[in-house]
Write a protein that binds this ligand. Structure first.
Ligand code: PAF
Length: 287
């Protein structure tokens, strides 16, 4: 595995691969790798000649009071995991190199951000879109891999790629879960033992919502209420329980088509999110 630390060096290397006509799979991460990241690498490995992973804890996507300083980091462990998973190039730039002395540009995301995590994390998706624009520009990937645990991020990246005519195939990869259903996340390490047990209810509540839809319920208000009471009985502070169309993330009066049920719960030191995407067939007239 080649390790690269500067924007200049990665650009030089990627230009060489492009000239050789290699397909490039890109897995952007903020490190502290877990099975979710490794499943992205596995998919990228299958689809491409070269697999590039970036590890960069992006300060621009953390708001004041969020966990930028304390975000879990373990570069030695990440290096080993990335190499074992089959990453060819590990790119680990510094903040100074990515943002230079005085950044004067950001990418502002105008849609799909005033809901779910975007509602409480003002500027978060501008930070994500800005760093990804820079990373895409440096790496020029054929395909870019993102976990569906951050379904709102996938929707935003979809908009970014389409609106800026980027010649990149977005590959969403299914969420990887622990045995009890908890979605794998770098932030799970913040949970206390008791919270870790409680946290399984996030996925259970989503499955309960899906079951209600399966049983014929189409009123998002009713489903949200039921999910909320299930969460309230078991766990920490509910940040949101929401249902929207996907990927447009628009409110629906009656559920139909591709929809997302999403939850976010604040524990003592971690805010966890999870979601399910459900394709709901439209009802036939008269039924
Ligand atoms: O999902 C993440 O880890 C980050 O938001 C990303 C895509 C690496 C951008 O910093």
């Amino acid at each position: 595995m080649i390790q690269i630390q500067t924007t200049k060096d990665i650009q030089k290397l990627m230009k060489k691969y492009q000239k050789e006509g290699k397909t490039i799979g890109f897995v952007p991460t903020m490190g502290f790798l877990h099975d979710g990241h490794l499943s992205l690498v596995k998919q990228a490995r299958t689809d491409n000649d070269i697999v590039v992973m970036s590890i960069f804890v992006n300060p621009l996507q953390f708001g004041p009071g969020e966990d930028y300083e304390t975000y879990p980091r373990d570069i030695e462990r990440d290096r080993n995991l990335a190499a074992k998973a089959g990453v060819d190039i590990l790119f680990m730039p510094s903040v100074e190199d990515m943002y230079q002395q005085e950044s004067t540009m950001i990418v502002h995301v105008k849609k799909r951000t005033n809901v779910l995590c975007g509602r409480s994390r003002i500027g978060h998706f501008d930070g994500v879109a800005t760093v990804l624009t820079k990373l895409f520009q440096l790496i020029i990937p054929t395909r870019a891999y993102f976990g569906m645990k951050d379904a709102q991020q996938v929707a935003v990246v979809d908009g970014l790629i389409n609106e800026f005519f980027m010649d990149i195939e977005l590959v969403p990869v299914e969420t990887v879960r622990e045995e009890d259903g908890l979605a794998k996340s770098s932030r799970n390490v913040y949970l206390t033992e008791a919270e870790r047990k409680e946290a399984a209810v996030l996925y259970q509540s989503l499955q309960y919502g899906a079951q209600l839809i399966q049983d014929g319920e189409r009123d998002p208000g009713v489903i949200k209420k039921q999910i909320c009471s299930m969460l309230e009985n078991t766990t920490g502070l509910i940040d949101y329980v929401e249902i929207y169309s996907y990927p447009d993330l628009e409110s629906l009066e009656t559920l139909t088509g591709k929809c997302i049920i999403a939850v976010a719960v604040q524990f003592s030191k971690a805010r966890l999110i999870d979601n399910l995407i459900i394709d709901i067939p439209s009802r036939k007239e008269g039924k």
